[in-house]
Ligand binder design. Structure first.
Ligand code: OOG
Ligand code: MG
Length: 267
């Protein structure tokens, strides 16, 4: 095995155990040769393992689409991760802290592609065609949970870790129609208190600007966007530690989304 194949195999093994046992691993000094291509290969292999355990892919998520997130985490490149059905919390439902290491929550705009997207289709070179393919939009919340100690990682490590994906909840879907997403106020409520505020303009200037970036990354990585797929466009604000109680995301003009967080057995 080459050093790279070896690094991918090791990172997959360690991250899979860290996620399933909810025990963080140390990011430093491990797999120094892991590059971004290795990292996406590791992410795909981790998802294959999860599929082998009965999880179904339900969509994709983008990361580091806002300055706030890039600054908080010390990285500067947009990344993509995979969502599965076991990560989804129904809106109004509940989520236990059990099974999570050091979760944080962040506000997201979600897009839905009722008919899916064939990313290889040259018609999608036109950004307007991408926008037209969005069937629904909603306010969403994402619970991220790095499998690395202290949420410390570099770009390859967070990509391998499926971009810290852990849980997500999507509010009522709206038809995009007349909704202008360019500059809607965003509020994240954690434990009944306002934990972060911002604007949808923080997401690449306009949440729809994420679509060409998804297309380009998706083409490079061979990602699929099947009918009904969800896309989380990336947080507009910093992520905030998750505590028991109500968490909610309000985005002006969209129905809010809320879930109830229950304390885990180890606090
Ligand atoms: C990586 C996940 C980034 C976003 O919305 O920017 C992300 C992390 O911050 O641990 O989901
Ligand atoms: Mg996110």
């Amino acid at each position: 095995m080459s050093a790279h194949t070896d690094a991918v195999a090791h990172v997959v093994e360690h991250l899979d155990l860290a996620q399933t046992r909810a025990v963080a691993i140390r990011p430093d000094e491990q797999w120094p040769e892991l590059d971004l291509a290795d990292a996406y290969a590791a992410q795909a292999a981790l998802l294959d393992r999860r599929r082998g355990r009965g999880e179904r892919g339900v969509g994709l998520k983008l990361g580091f689409t806002s300055e706030a997130k890039m600054r908080q985490m010390g990285v500067d490149e947009l990344i993509v991760g995979r969502l599965t059905h076991t990560m989804e919390i129904p809106a109004g439902g509940s989520c236990s802290l059990d099974g999570l290491i050091h979760p944080r929550v962040e506000p997201e705009v979600a897009f839905r592609f009722e008919d899916g997207l064939d990313l290889a289709d040259p018609a999608l070179d036109d950004p307007d065609a991408l926008v037209a393919a969005v069937s629904h939009v909603a306010a969403a919340l994402e619970i991220i949970d790095s499998r690395y100690d202290g949420f410390r990682f570099d770009l390859p490590r967070v990509v391998a870790d499926n971009t810290s994906a852990a849980r997500f909840a999507v509010g009522p879907w709206h038809e995009p129609g007349a909704i202008d997403l360019s500059d809607l106020p965003v509020r994240l409520v954690v434990g009944g208190e306002t934990a972060a505020t911002g604007s949808t303009s923080a997401i690449l200037g306009h949440p729809l600007n994420t679509l060409p970036r998804l297309r380009d990354l998706g083409r490079r990585l061979g990602l699929e966007v099947p009918p009904g797929a969800v896309l989380l466009a990336g947080a507009a604000t910093e992520a905030v530690p998750l505590v028991p109680g109500t968490v909610a995301v309000e985005i002006g003009g969209l129905e809010p989304v809320a879930v109830e967080i229950e304390g885990g057995h180890h606090g």
